[in-house]
Design a protein around this ligand. Structure first.
Ligand SMILES: Nc1ncnc2c1ncn2[C@@H]1O[C@H](COP(=O)(O)OP(=O)(O)OP(=O)(O)O)[C@@H](O)[C@H]1O
Ligand SMILES: [Mg+2]
Length: 232
């Protein structure tokens, strides 16, 4: 692909991204020139050993952190060059995140947790009810909508986290080890939910996982090792 040409469905384009961290007087180079693209309507998975830089890369993809050098373009716009205020707006409106710890608010019900992201994204109040209901339905939790997180299983909590992350209709959903704490049946179910969401909402999902049984459900798998990435 030409460096600055964007295929029509390319949502995120990463070009020669490097990232190093300093600890004491040492610098650790975690990413040593990463190129990848994330396309709409696709499930992309990042695999690689612990410490290979998956979370570091995911944070750059979502504008949570900046590369030391290189470019991260989201819909042709340069995230790597944006200030915090601009990044916050994109993150709130166009990107959804699922972190390994579910990040649900414990005192709010599943319904209220989902509604909160609509409020945060500035979605008009008149749309909250329908959208919340739809997202809980998408993850199969309609009947558990009025339960609080501690009354839900790990898999159910993770599904609330998914509903919460997609409520504001992001174009991109980033999920860091979303199935790490689940058994294999629930992990496969979460991936099936991702496929359904991609079908019905036409978004891009990028997740990290160690679980080899899930890779076949991906459209694209990237493997990270030694600071570099290869498409499989
Ligand atoms: N803020 C930081 N400061 C210093 N080093 C960091 C920082 N964040 C990550 N690292 C280092 O970068 C490397 C990659 O970390 P990262 O969390 O991206 O790995 P990972 O592939 O997500 O691993 P895991 O599978 O265990 O989640 C590690 O060696 C880690 O110690
Ligand atoms: Mg990680």
């Amino acid at each position: 692909m030409i460096a600055h040409g964007y295929a029509e469905d390319t949502l995120l384009q990463v070009l020669d991204v490097r990232k190093s961290f300093s600890s004491g007087n040492r610098r650790i180079e975690v990413l040593k020139g990463i190129d990848l693209s994330i396309r709409s309507g696709m499930l992309t998975m990042l695999r690689g050993r612990s410490g290979s830089g998956k979370t570091t890369l995911l944070n750059l993809l979502g504008g949570l952190d900046k590369p030391s050098s290189g470019e991260v373009s989201f819909r042709g716009r340069p995230l790597h060059a944006w200030n915090d205020k601009q990044l916050t707006i994109v993150r709130r409106k166009e990107i959804g995140f699922i972190f390994q710890s579910f990040a649900l608010l414990p005192l709010l019900t599943a319904w209220e947790n989902v509604e909160l992201s609509l409020r945060m994204a500035g979605v008009p109040r008149t749309e909250w009810k329908e959208r919340t209901s739809r997202c809980l339905d998408l993850v199969g939790l309609t009947r558990r909508a009025h339960h609080r997180p501690f009354e839900l299983s790990g898999g159910e909590q993770q599904r609330v986290a998914i509903a919460k992350a997609i409520a504001h209709r992001p174009l991109l959903l980033l999920a860091d080890e979303p199935t790490a704490e689940l058994d294999s049946v629930m992990a496969a179910r979460i991936v099936a939910v991702f496929r359904d969401i991609i079908e019905s909402e036409r978004i891009a999902i990028c997740m990290t996982t160690h679980d080899s049984t899930l890779w076949e459900a991906a459209d694209v798998v990237y493997r990270m090792a030694d600071g570099r990435i290869t498409e499989e």
